[in-house]
Every structure is written in structure tokens, then in C-alpha cells.
Design a protein around this ligand. Structure first.
Ligand SMILES: *Cc1c(COP(=O)(O)O)cnc(C)c1O
Length: 393
């Protein structure tokens, strides 16, 4: 199997699993208790919190564990809206956010908030000046993702954070795709709140975090006990938290090497695909993109068919059409960068890990060439197009 869908989820690293195991068995205690196994668990939770804080340039007490990236996004937006509703009801975000942000914004619109969804350019970049221009006296929150999960574009979050700060507006970023992949410092980027998730960086599923800068007064989303300094109730997912800590410490340790390796593989793949497969384009910014992300649009192709045929060859990837989720609409991200429906449907997302090799890229390119040709040979649109090309000559 060649696994090329690391933006969907990653394999839990063996050292992460190993770090987690004792917290299911001998160190099973509830961190809120005062005897041996409980205090051991509490120590481990705080150690993980320290690792996460250090990785972000934050303070330990600014890290709150959640049940994943989606919960962190929901919390940031809903709680900020709730805390500042007397000041105003306007929120600024973008058209290319993850559904955890977009669907939360739609929910808030139903609650009487107004949301501006900023457009992006053809590379998927948000213009910081457009953020500035969208600010109103009643704007209470700006949320712009750090890196996009489909096209990999890295947003100018530092500039946007600075604009938010100048205007006294809270700034949240969904860093789920970026955390552990590229360096992040919450002070340098002027971030007030940041969402992350362990399973996107070789940690376990179902554990995430929200960074909340000291002084940001938002309340709890999950009510109950006094865990997480009264801000997120529920007995801690101790093995998950320990796994998240181990995954982040691993990610920090290997980051430089991982970035170099994945960038080289990504660029090799992009170069070969662009050179060897006609009528194809790269989606997303060519250089301002996540090291492991390549996203292509192949004309005259149905992405889902491409995925099925790749799967038959043992290759796991993802597409920009959403047939599998029961919708015929292509991805909102691909539409936002200006792709026509039929072209967006022919998109393929390949997301790498540090374990992928050049040989695997060669296999993928060779298989893709065959698959694309086969599908085009069956496509009436392609036949028409070719006939017109010939007539022109
Ligand atoms: C995966 C992802 C999420 C959701 O995280 P979960 O931990 O799966 O809930 C949110 N935002 C982005 C950008 C993602 O890639």
C-alpha cells in the first residue's frame, strides 16, 4: 500500500503508541484524584501541556485539551461570539475554511451573527488588506486558517494577526494542518486562539487542543467538572493527551528533516506530473504551501473514478469532488480559487509523510498516467476536445 492521504489522517507513530500504553493499564488513574495513579496521570497531562506550549511559544496554562480539532474550532467561535455579543455581532472568516469553521459560522448566523466570508485569489491566498477592509465597528472576531487542508496554501496569518491586534479584535486560527508540519509561534503571528489536532501529526484520533491567550475571556463550551481550569469539563483523555504530547515532541524533533524531505518529494512529483500528463494544473500556491501537499486538477476526468482506480493499485489519495459524502458539489475550496465545476471534479489531492519515497512517487506517476489516459479515452468531452484540436491544425 502507498498511503498518500496524510491530510485526512496520519499513522500513529510507534513511539507515540508506546508512550500511551501505560496510561491504559498501570497508570490508569483519574488526574483529579490525589493518590498514586491519579497524580501520575496528572503529571503526565501537565508534561504534555508543557510540550505543546513550548512548541507554540505559549505558556502552559494557555493550552486546553479538547476532543479534537472540530471541538476546538467550535469552542473558539461559539465562545468568542457569546463573550462579545454585547460589543458586536460581526465575524470575519474566509471561503476556504474547514467545515468545522464554516458550519459553525452558519450556525452563528442563525443565532443573529453576521459573517463575512472573504474570497481568496487563484492560489488560495487571503489578502490581509481585504481583512482590514472588512473590519467594522461591530467586528468581534477574525478567524483565518494557517494552512488549507485541500490545496496546502499557507496563509499570511502573521499580517492578518497584526491587523486584528491593531483594531483590538480577537484573532483565531485553525492550525490543524500546519501544527507539527511548519514552525508556529503564537506571539510572532499575533494569534489569540489556535486550534490543533493530534491525529494530523502522527498522534491518536479524538484529542486536540485550543490555545487561548492569557486575558482572552471566553468561557467553557462543555460544562461539568472543573477540569482544564474550569474551561473544559470532562475527565481528561489521559492516554490521548500523553500521545498528543509524544507526537508533538516527535514532530518538533524531526521537523527540519521532514520539511526538507517532503518538499523535495512534493516538487519532484509536481514536476513529473506537470511534464508528463497533459491538460493538468497545480491547485494552490506553488511555494507558499505545506511541504507534503500536492493537489492537481486533470481536465476531462472524474476524481472519484481516479481514486477508485488508484485504490485498485494500492494507492490511497483523496479527491476534490465529494461524491462519496453524498453531494455532487465539488469542494468549496476548489470553487473559491476559481475552478469551474467540471475541472474541480477532476482534482486529486496527494499528501505525503516523511516515510514516503521517490520510488513511490515514480509508481504513482506511472499509474496516474495510465489511469488518466484510460478515463479520458472513455470521456466524450475529451473526444470532442481532441477532435476540435485536430480540426484546428
Ligand atoms: C482535520 C481538520 C479539522 C478537524 O479536526 P478533527 O480532529 O478531525 O476534528 C479541522 N480543521 C482542519 C483544517 C483540518 O484539517
Amino acid at each position: 500500500m502507498i498511503y498518500l492521504d496524510n491530510a485526512a489522517t496520519t499513522k500513529t507513530a510507534p513511539e507515540v503508541v508506546e508512550a500511551m500504553l501505560p496510561y491504559f493499564t498501570e497508570r490508569f488513574g483519574n488526574p483529579s484524584t490525589i493518590y498514586g495513579p491519579g497524580t501520575e496521570a496528572k503529571k503526565a497531562v501537565n508534561e504534555a501541556r508543557r510540550i505543546l506550549a513550548d512548541a507554540l511559544g505559549a505558556k502552559q496554562e494557555e493550552i486546553y485539551f479538547t476532543a479534537g480539532g472540530s471541538e476546538a474550532d467550535n469552542w473558539a467561535l461559539k465562545a468568542a461570539a457569546d463573550a462579545f455579543r454585547d460589543k458586536g455581532k460581526h465575524i470575519i472568516t474566509t471561503k476556504i475554511e474547514h467545515h468545522a469553521i464554516l458550519h459553525t459560522c452558519e450556525y452563528l448566523e442563525k443565532q443573529g451573527f453576521e459573517v463575512t466570508y472573504l474570497p481568496v485569489d487563484q492560489d488560495g491566498l487571503v489578502d490581509p488588506e481585504a481583512v482590514r477592509a472588512a473590519i467594522r465597528p461591530d467586528t468581534i472576531l477574525i478567524s483565518v486558517m494557517l494552512a488549507n487542508n485541500e490545496i496546502g496554501t499557507i496563509e499570511p496569518v502573521g499580517q492578518i494577526g497584526e491587523i486584528a491586534r491593531e483594531n483590538g479584535i480577537l484573532f483565531h486560527t485553525d492550525a490543524v494542518q500546519a501544527f507539527g508540519q511548519i514552525p508556529i509561534n503564537v506571539d510572532q503571528l499575533h494569534i489569540d486562539m489556535l486550534s490543533a489536532s493530534a491525529h494530523k501529526l502522527n498522534g491518536p484520533k479524538g484529542i486536540g487542543m485550543l490555545y487561548i491567550r492569557t486575558g482572552v475571556k471566553i468561557r467553557s463550551l462543555i460544562h461539568g467538572g472543573s477540569q482544564e481550569r474550569n474551561r473544559r469539563a470532562g475527565t481528561e483523555n489521559v492516554p490521548g493527551i500523553v500521545g498528543f504530547g509524544a507526537a508533538v515532541s516527535r514532530a518538533v524533533r524531526i521537523m527540519e528533516e521532514k520539511i526538507q524531505k517532503e518538499t523535495a518529494l512534493r516538487d519532484y512529483l509536481i514536476e513529473r506530473v506537470e511534464k508528463e500528463i497533459p491538460y493538468c494544473r497545480l491547485n494552490g500556491h506553488r511555494t507558499q504551501r505545506l511541504p507534503g501537499n500536492a493537489n492537481f486538477a486533470f481536465r476531462f476526468i472524474e476524481g472519484e473514478s481516479m481514486l477508485i482506480m488508484l485504490d485498485m493499485k494500492g494507492i490511497c489519495a483523496s479527491s476534490g469532488s465529494a461524491c462519496t459524502s453524498g453531494s455532487l458539489d465539488p469542494s468549496h475550496v476548489l470553487l473559491a480559487i476559481g475552478l469551474k465545476h467540471e475541472i474541480a471534479h477532476g482534482s486529486l489531492r496527494i499528501t505525503l509523510s516523511e516515510e514516503n519515497t521517490r520510488e513511490e512517487m515514480d509508481v504513482v506517476v506511472e499509474e496516474l498516467k495510465k489511469i488518466v489516459q484510460k478515463l479520458r479515452d472513455m470521456s466524450p468531452l475529451y473526444q470532442d476536445f481532441m477532435a476540435r484540436q485536430e480540426n484546428r491544425d
